[in-house]
Design a protein around this ligand. Structure first.
Ligand SMILES: Cc1cc2nc3c(=O)[nH]c(=O)nc-3n(C[C@H](O)[C@H](O)[C@H](O)COP(=O)(O)O)c2cc1C
Length: 178
């Protein structure tokens, strides 16, 4: 049984990516998954002056430590104007300053969702290109389109059968590969 840390790249209280992460985490019963909410990891906006004058935010040190303790990560990125959110970029910038290889040896299942048909795929592709710079191995990825049409928050279920089959296949592959 491997250890997995799961989170969404969003600071929205009603984040649909966080809902997707929580759903997927609940299905990964062959591993030990811990879901965190990055809202609880506030970090001042990165600047070189901030780093020089005040050092690293405690939450960046804490998150880096939590990442170092697991085998794999389950991440769902939101999409703001074709990329991941400024909130998530800020976290990645701080972590990269702490350790350029902060994702070394980490296997990642990368996801994205949005209310639109593209399901945040631009942000997903961006994350697929950028995260390996820090040592990550992206094992698989999944973009979940039109979240509100295909997911029931009340019953915590995927309502579209084809999407459910695709997602199950990705989860099963990831569970075997980590
Ligand atoms: C500033 C801003 C930009 C956005 N840009 C996009 C976009 O480029 N593509 C997209 O699919 N959705 C876009 N959206 C809609 C988000 O996908 C939607 O707000 C979604 O709920 C964000 O995910 P989250 O709830 O996990 O934070 C944007 C929303 C905001 C506030």
């Amino acid at each position: 049984m491997k250890k997995i840390l799961a989170f969404a790249g969003s600071n929205s209280k009603n984040s649909i990516n966080q809902k997707l992460v929580e759903y997927v985490a609940s299905k990964m019963d062959s591993h030990q998954v811990r879901v965190i909410n990055l809202i609880n990891y506030p970090m001042v906006l990165y600047s070189e002056d901030e780093e020089k004058d005040n050092g690293f935010p405690g939450m960046a040190l804490g998150l880096k430590q939590e990442i170092s303790e697991v085998d794999a990560l389950l991440i769902s990125v939101n999409e703001h104007n074709g990329s991941w959110s400024a909130f998530f970029k800020n976290i990645i910038d701080w972590l990269s300053r702490l350790d350029r290889n902060f994702l070394e040896g980490k296997k990642i299942l990368l996801m994205s969702t949005s209310p639109g048909k593209r399901g945040g795929v631009s942000s997903l592709e961006f994350a697929k290109n950028v995260l390996p710079r820090f040592g990550a191995e992206i094992v698989d990825s999944f973009s979940f389109p039109s979240f509100h049409d295909n997911f029931s928050v009340t019953s915590n279920t995927v309502t579209d059968e084809t999407l459910l089959l695709g997602l199950n296949e990705v989860l099963s592959t990831f569970a075997h590969q980590i």
